[in-house]
Design a protein around this ligand. Structure first.
Ligand code: HEC
Ligand code: HEC
Length: 433
């Protein structure tokens, strides 16, 4: 990302201050509660004891194990993504960081068009603490906690989202989804300086479909988090050029916004990120989430390792919700096997990363010094019919646009010389996914 938002800079340190300080009684009460009647970390419920529980406990207790996972999962040790993590994860400053402890509550419809709420004077029932609570480690509890973190944990402070909450029109203009319990998955977050909106995982990685149903994992390809930043600060910068469904996550001095991932299919992939810079596994995903949250909070606080694992396991579980594969007899299946099956393989319809040049991807021309590997992830096509934007930069808005022979942007021109009938069958197959 080329721009650095200096007005957000003042938040640096505030979080660590917040969590390290013995703040007002309200905070102390909020962050100390909920401890009664819960089994301490690391206790196994025998009836559910299995691989996941064993892995979760090891992950939680063994910093050396976590470090090893990191080392084994990073593909390009010389890019900045790897270097920051090699230098700090379970080493140096990051080991000393306080555990995250937030006082937050969901942004709801009644907040739209209203003034920003003030911090509660006493622990109100609507304000909940999002702290390192302890819970008995079972698959069920990990999923429950993972879902809670997905929808409630302030993933990143987003002061500019105030702009999107100005009116009902603004909510939809900036592409926030709405349910009875939440506006865009945003939360209000109490900081010593006031109350600010923050995005959660669900702001970008969940959406509401045409039938009004909340769909965790299905990407929000309508959210325009770049435009809302520029509009809030009253200027025109590259942020306004991203467009909906894209975020520049790299911080590498290049303008390379990337489409929001469909995390329903995360477990079907060999690698993570479009740049395929992380080898995938449940535990590598947990490290990715843990280190990502440390970076998103400017290296001032960290989630507990167990919470990161719970979030990873929750994302892993979302694969259960994607449609099952069409029958092998589907007419588009043989076209797909012939023209696409070399790369998109197996039941995940995903595969090993592909050199950027082989895809004629625009990414080849400006590789990222932070995340670049020279490859692009062969993303899973399960659930692809349900994504608003396709390809690295979201260049295609859906399957028709992607396989339009006239398409010029985004690379990946496979299948563009198929006969009309083969193309029709192929598109029908993709639309059934
Ligand atoms: C502001 C929007 C935004 C928020 C909030 C957000 N993400 Fe993402 N996420 C993205 C984008 C954009 C990508 C694509 C990055 C890439 O491919 O390099 C992504 C990619 C991912 C991936 C990689 C998936 C894959 O298949 O490659 C995972 C895992 C992920 N996010 C998890 C999370 C979790 C967990 C949270 C909450 C703690 C979260 N994200 C919050 C925008 C967001
Ligand atoms: C050489 C390997 C390769 C071949 C052959 C290939 N793909 Fe892909 N496919 C990829 C990679 C890598 C990506 C990710 C591209 C990007 O991020 O820009 C991708 C992305 C896609 C996407 C977009 C998914 C998304 O969420 O962005 C679709 C749809 C797709 N491929 C379908 C097909 C079809 C259909 C064929 C056959 C006509 C095919 N692919 C052939 C490697 C391949």
């Amino acid at each position: 990302m080329i721009l650095f938002n200096s007005r957000i800079q003042r938040f640096r340190g505030i979080l660590s201050l917040f969590c390290a300080m013995v703040v007002t009684m309200v905070m102390a009460a909020a962050c100390g509660e909920k401890k009664t009647g819960v089994v301490p970390h690391g206790t196994v419920n025998d009836s559910e004891s299995d691989d996941i529980v064993t892995l979760a406990i090891r992950y939680k207790n063994d910093a050396g194990f976590r470090r090893k996972i990191l080392e084994d999962s990073l593909v390009n040790p010389s890019n900045r993504y790897a270097q920051i993590r090699f230098a700090n994860y379970e080493r140096n400053k990051w080991t000393q960081l306080p555990e995250a402890c937030f006082l937050a509550r969901p942004v709801v419809r009644a907040d739209v068009g209203a003034t920003v709420p003030t911090a509660p004077q006493k622990t109100g029932d609507a304000w909940e603490s999002m702290e390192a609570s302890s819970y008995e480690i079972s698959e069920k509890n990990l999923l429950r906690r993972g879902e809670e973190l997905f929808t409630r944990y302030p993933a990143q402070l987003a002061p500019s989202m105030v702009k999107a909450l100005e009116s009902a029109g603004a909510v939809s203009r900036y592409g926030l989804w709405q349910t009875d319990g939440s506006v865009g998955g945003l939360v209000w977050m109490v900081l010593p300086g006031g109350v600010y909106p923050a995005v959660t995982c669900s702001s970008c990685h969940a959406s509401v479909d045409a039938r009004g149903e909340y769909r965790p994992g299905r990407p929000n390809h309508l959210i325009d988090s770049g435009k809302v930043k520029d509009d809030f600060y009253g200027r025109r910068t590259l942020y306004s050029t991203w467009g909906p469904g894209k975020v520049d996550v790299a911080g590498d001095g290049e303008n390379n916004p990337v489409v929001i991932a469909d995390v329903r299919t995360v477990r079907f992939q060999t690698h993570l990120h479009r740049t395929a810079n992380v080898k995938n596994s449940l535990e590598a995903l947990a490290v990715r989430i843990e280190t990502g949250l440390i970076m998103a909070h400017r290296q001032s606080i960290r989630p507990t390792s167990l919470d990161a694992f719970a979030l990873a396991f929750y994302l892993w579980s979302l694969g259960d919700a994607v449609k099952s594969l069409p029958p092998a007899s589907h007419p588009g299946r043989s076209v797909f096997e012939r023209h696409c099956g070399n790369c998109h393989q197996g039941t995940g319809l995903s595969g090993q990363p592909v050199p950027t040049e082989r895809l004629n991807s625009p990414v080849a021309e400006h590789p990222s010094s932070v995340r670049g590997t020279g490859y692009l992830n062969c993303v899973s096509l399960r659930g692809v019919s349900d994504r608003g934007r396709l390809l690295f930069g979201g260049e295609a808005t859906g399957i028709d646009a992607m396989f339009d022979p006239q398409r010029k942007a985004g690379g990946h021109f496979f299948g563009n010389r198929l006969s009309e009938s083969a193309l029709r069958d192929l598109k029908a197959y993709l639309n059934a996914l």
